[in-house]
Design a protein around this ligand. Sequence first.
Ligand code: ARG
Length: 655
Amino acid sequence: MNILAELQSRFAAALTDLAPDPQAYAAMVRPAQDARNGDYQANCAMPLARIVGAKPHDVAKTIIDRARLDDLCEPPTVAGPGFINLTLRREFLEHTLAAVAADRRFGAPAAESPKSIVVDFSSPNVAKPMHVGHLRSTVIGDALHRILEFAGHQVLSDNHVGDWGTQFGMILYGYKHFLDAEAYVADKVGELARLYRLVNQLCDCHDARESLPRLRAELEAATAKLPALEAAAGQDKAAQAALKKARAELDKQREELKTAERKVAAVEQDPAMRELADAHPGIARAARDETAKLHAGDPENRALWDEFLPACLGALQRLYDRLGIQFDHTLGESFYDPYLPEVVRQLASRGLAVESDGARCVFLEGRNAPFIVQKGDGAYTYATTDLATIEYRVKEFGAQIILYVVDARQSDHFEMLFETARRWGFADVECRHISFGMVLGEDGRPFKTRAGDTVGLESLLDEAIREARRIVDENDDSKRNEHDQPAPELDDAERAAVAEAVGLGGIKYADLRHNRESDYVFSWSKMLAKTGDTATYLQYAYARTRGILRKAEAAGAAAGTAPIAMAQPAERALALHICRFPEAVSAVAQEYRPNFLTQYLFELANSFSSFYDACPVMKEPDPAVRASRLRLVDLTGAVLKKGLSLLGIQACERM
Ligand code: ARG
């Protein structure tokens, strides 16, 4: 049972004639911040009092008179200006806990109206440097897949890989002009990545070189205007704002110029690169032509693409295998290519897509830029593909909800996509951009792996596991037996397995525990710390529960099915926390925020630790109390393990 949801529905019933929108006020029932105020607290009396024009205290009294809570709570109390404090009854808690203990779902109810959900995540552009943002998408998407499925929905994971984009034009051009045949035989993907980077750098250099005169002229013109603006600023607010804006604009232009200069310099400072750049002046155009030829079905380019793609997907698969991540579908951009002309035809026939400067565009209200579905040269776009994808997912998968786990920089694209799809006729499918922030390095700039590609990500995982191994070794080497002699417990293979779980778990947990919309700083030491909000801490807590149970078993004591008593406050607090697992699952499923589950698990581990400090288990003389505590230990472990597995993180029996 979801206790919070139950309390809220009782409140909603009590509020029917009192509040304009009972659900909204009932939602103000929340877990209490401070255990001294009880288990839950309702703050709805204050805002309601303003509406009905009564004293908050009286409104609170009326609510508790009307609410039927006897079977769940002790008589509620009103505190301060009108806070309603709720304390669960002991019988109710015991009963709920017994039900949780007997349930493989730990009391989490299955969704009342299960939805058919497609989660679009990971979706890297193959053969192009993959950034940690793609790793974050992969980790968050996988957790959502697992949790939504557990919550009772029908979930399909779909990796919308970018396998048809302009990077292939660059790779094709590179392959035809710069291939290192030996390197290609030895490591196809590595050589393709090198070719991509090389061609990309040359294209960038030419583009930048071409734009330099314009950028310089613009900067000069803007700089020349500044003194007049400065003179005008004086006391005038509007003029000051104009000056501020001009200065910000100037900074941006300077930054742009610097970036362009850097791109040119990167090539010109290297004689070999300079020679290549001079020998291939039309490279950017030529690379675009290669893409166009591929899309038009040119046999040579198509054959090469057919040769490149399996290797690129294979490299990705290795990464997913290591992370324990599975996709139900990997329908990349190329898959939708045949559908694109029809998408544009339909949009045009509905008057949604119109001709503009030779391109076909959807103009949406309140947007500066149109949503371009076909370019002047006839090429379809990322947008067209995404529209075809929505149609396919609705028709073939019966999707009712589509989640796009993609970084925040694409939010404009998704807003326009969803609006266009709605007007095209897909108004019933709920599309959501599950946006997330950036991963930053300790210098505050976007975090980059050394090689900046899948190989870079793989070595990142290796590094995490190496770091974790150090921690595991240190911890195991420090173990002592009762005679204070060294007593390590793990052999080499076990240490390796634990290091794998801790290293990968650490990386995943760091991606999951932050509010997904915020940027966060990637830090090895914080990520793998044994205490604090880390996977390592939770994994140790789990291993501790297993250790206690092993000792108990060796001593002939077993938890069995003894009733769980909650005489001590720490026992009660832990029991209550265990009972709240369904609340965490449903919170994640409602807002698509895995950090609600990490937070729950972190608090569970804390609550367990307080319990273990306050309540002896094996040293407890009363066998009934001991058995009860052993059951609490067992149950804590089971919930920790389940929660971690819903995040895609492994728990280890000993560490
Ligand atoms: N391949 C894209 C990128 O790397 C992400 C694709 C996200 N999914 C989608 N349906 N647009 O930026």
